[in-house]
Design a protein around this ligand. Structure first.
Ligand code: SF4
Length: 145
Protein backbone atom coordinates (compact mmCIF):
# COMPACT_ATOMS: atom_id res chain seq x y z
CA UNK A 1 0.00 0.00 0.00
CA UNK A 2 1.21 3.49 -0.64
CA UNK A 3 -0.35 6.84 -0.15
CA UNK A 4 0.06 9.63 -2.60
CA UNK A 5 1.90 12.62 -1.25
CA UNK A 6 0.93 15.27 -3.75
CA UNK A 7 4.37 16.81 -4.03
CA UNK A 8 6.26 13.62 -4.66
CA UNK A 9 3.53 12.25 -6.92
CA UNK A 10 3.63 15.28 -9.16
CA UNK A 11 7.39 14.96 -9.27
CA UNK A 12 6.87 11.57 -10.88
CA UNK A 13 5.10 13.07 -13.85
CA UNK A 14 7.23 12.98 -16.96
CA UNK A 15 6.54 15.44 -19.80
CA UNK A 16 4.81 12.69 -21.77
CA UNK A 17 2.68 11.86 -18.71
CA UNK A 18 1.59 15.48 -18.38
CA UNK A 19 0.71 15.61 -22.07
CA UNK A 20 -1.20 12.35 -21.76
CA UNK A 21 -3.14 13.49 -18.67
CA UNK A 22 -4.03 16.81 -20.26
CA UNK A 23 -5.11 15.05 -23.42
CA UNK A 24 -7.35 12.71 -21.47
CA UNK A 25 -8.73 15.40 -19.18
CA UNK A 26 -9.76 17.84 -21.89
CA UNK A 27 -12.75 15.65 -22.81
CA UNK A 28 -14.12 15.91 -19.30
CA UNK A 29 -16.61 18.38 -17.98
CA UNK A 30 -15.57 20.26 -14.84
CA UNK A 31 -16.15 18.08 -11.83
CA UNK A 32 -19.63 18.34 -10.37
CA UNK A 33 -20.37 16.03 -7.46
CA UNK A 34 -23.32 13.80 -8.16
CA UNK A 35 -23.96 11.83 -5.00
CA UNK A 36 -25.57 8.62 -6.14
CA UNK A 37 -23.73 5.81 -4.43
CA UNK A 38 -21.48 7.49 -1.90
CA UNK A 39 -18.65 5.28 -3.09
CA UNK A 40 -15.47 5.42 -1.03
CA UNK A 41 -13.36 2.86 -2.79
CA UNK A 42 -13.05 1.02 -6.03
CA UNK A 43 -11.15 -2.11 -7.03
CA UNK A 44 -9.92 -2.49 -10.58
CA UNK A 45 -9.15 -5.94 -11.96
CA UNK A 46 -6.22 -4.89 -14.08
CA UNK A 47 -5.24 -8.31 -15.29
CA UNK A 48 -7.09 -11.60 -15.49
CA UNK A 49 -4.00 -13.69 -15.72
CA UNK A 50 -1.32 -14.60 -13.22
CA UNK A 51 2.26 -15.76 -13.47
CA UNK A 52 1.64 -18.34 -10.73
CA UNK A 53 -0.78 -21.22 -10.74
CA UNK A 54 -1.60 -21.76 -7.12
CA UNK A 55 -3.72 -24.85 -6.65
CA UNK A 56 -5.76 -23.13 -3.99
CA UNK A 57 -6.47 -20.04 -6.07
CA UNK A 58 -10.11 -19.10 -5.88
CA UNK A 59 -9.81 -17.36 -9.23
CA UNK A 60 -8.85 -20.42 -11.29
CA UNK A 61 -5.12 -19.69 -10.97
CA UNK A 62 -5.77 -16.03 -11.43
CA UNK A 63 -7.69 -16.40 -14.68
CA UNK A 64 -11.20 -15.90 -13.32
CA UNK A 65 -12.56 -17.87 -16.26
CA UNK A 66 -11.24 -15.33 -18.68
CA UNK A 67 -8.09 -13.65 -19.86
CA UNK A 68 -7.34 -10.10 -20.73
CA UNK A 69 -6.03 -6.86 -19.39
CA UNK A 70 -7.89 -3.69 -18.55
CA UNK A 71 -7.06 -0.85 -20.90
CA UNK A 72 -6.00 2.58 -19.67
CA UNK A 73 -9.13 4.04 -21.23
CA UNK A 74 -11.39 1.82 -19.13
CA UNK A 75 -9.31 2.41 -15.99
CA UNK A 76 -9.43 6.19 -16.40
CA UNK A 77 -13.17 6.08 -17.04
CA UNK A 78 -13.51 4.13 -13.80
CA UNK A 79 -11.62 6.91 -12.00
CA UNK A 80 -14.00 9.45 -13.51
CA UNK A 81 -16.97 7.36 -12.45
CA UNK A 82 -15.65 7.17 -8.90
CA UNK A 83 -15.09 10.93 -8.76
CA UNK A 84 -18.53 11.67 -10.15
CA UNK A 85 -20.34 9.27 -7.85
CA UNK A 86 -19.25 10.46 -4.47
CA UNK A 87 -18.73 13.54 -2.38
CA UNK A 88 -16.13 11.80 -0.22
CA UNK A 89 -12.74 13.41 -0.29
CA UNK A 90 -10.87 10.39 0.99
CA UNK A 91 -10.92 7.77 -1.72
CA UNK A 92 -9.26 4.44 -2.16
CA UNK A 93 -8.30 2.88 -5.45
CA UNK A 94 -7.19 -0.75 -5.34
CA UNK A 95 -5.55 -2.80 -8.05
CA UNK A 96 -6.26 -6.50 -8.19
CA UNK A 97 -5.90 -9.44 -10.56
CA UNK A 98 -4.82 -12.12 -11.38
CA UNK A 99 -1.49 -10.45 -10.90
CA UNK A 100 -2.06 -6.71 -11.35
CA UNK A 101 1.63 -5.91 -11.82
CA UNK A 102 1.52 -7.81 -15.12
CA UNK A 103 -0.37 -4.71 -16.25
CA UNK A 104 1.90 -2.22 -14.49
CA UNK A 105 1.79 0.18 -17.42
CA UNK A 106 -1.94 0.74 -16.88
CA UNK A 107 -1.58 0.78 -13.09
CA UNK A 108 0.97 3.57 -13.39
CA UNK A 109 -1.10 5.57 -15.86
CA UNK A 110 -4.22 5.20 -13.72
CA UNK A 111 -2.48 6.47 -10.59
CA UNK A 112 -1.03 9.43 -12.46
CA UNK A 113 -4.39 10.18 -14.01
CA UNK A 114 -6.15 10.04 -10.62
CA UNK A 115 -3.58 12.41 -9.15
CA UNK A 116 -3.84 14.72 -12.14
CA UNK A 117 -7.60 14.96 -11.64
CA UNK A 118 -6.94 17.21 -8.68
CA UNK A 119 -9.92 18.25 -6.67
CA UNK A 120 -9.97 20.39 -3.55
CA UNK A 121 -8.93 18.51 -0.43
CA UNK A 122 -9.00 15.18 -2.21
CA UNK A 123 -6.84 12.47 -0.73
CA UNK A 124 -6.11 9.30 -2.63
CA UNK A 125 -5.02 6.04 -1.14
CA UNK A 126 -3.72 3.46 -3.56
CA UNK A 127 -3.47 -0.26 -2.86
CA UNK A 128 -2.18 -3.18 -4.84
CA UNK A 129 -2.69 -6.87 -4.11
CA UNK A 130 0.30 -8.62 -5.62
CA UNK A 131 2.22 -11.86 -5.28
CA UNK A 132 5.37 -9.73 -5.51
CA UNK A 133 7.21 -12.07 -7.85
CA UNK A 134 7.70 -9.64 -10.71
CA UNK A 135 8.77 -6.68 -8.63
CA UNK A 136 11.43 -4.65 -10.40
CA UNK A 137 13.39 -1.57 -9.35
CA UNK A 138 11.14 0.54 -11.59
CA UNK A 139 7.95 -0.83 -10.03
CA UNK A 140 9.33 -0.68 -6.48
CA UNK A 141 10.38 2.92 -6.97
CA UNK A 142 6.92 3.86 -8.20
CA UNK A 143 5.14 2.07 -5.36
CA UNK A 144 7.44 3.63 -2.81
CA UNK A 145 6.61 7.15 -3.95
S1 SF4 B 1 -0.73 -15.63 -6.90
FE1 SF4 B 1 -2.86 -15.18 -6.28
S2 SF4 B 1 -3.96 -14.79 -8.22
FE2 SF4 B 1 -2.03 -15.80 -8.74
S3 SF4 B 1 -2.57 -17.97 -8.90
FE3 SF4 B 1 -1.83 -17.61 -6.82
S4 SF4 B 1 -3.65 -17.15 -5.56
FE4 SF4 B 1 -4.23 -16.96 -7.74
Amino acid sequence: MWRSAEGSAVDMLLPEDIRWCMERSKDHEPYTPVVKYDIRSMTLHLCHTCNLMCRYCYGKAGAYNGEGEMTETVACKAVDFLLQSTSNRSLRLSFFGGEPLLNFKVLRKTVLYAIARRLPALQWRFHVTTNGTIMSPEIASFLER
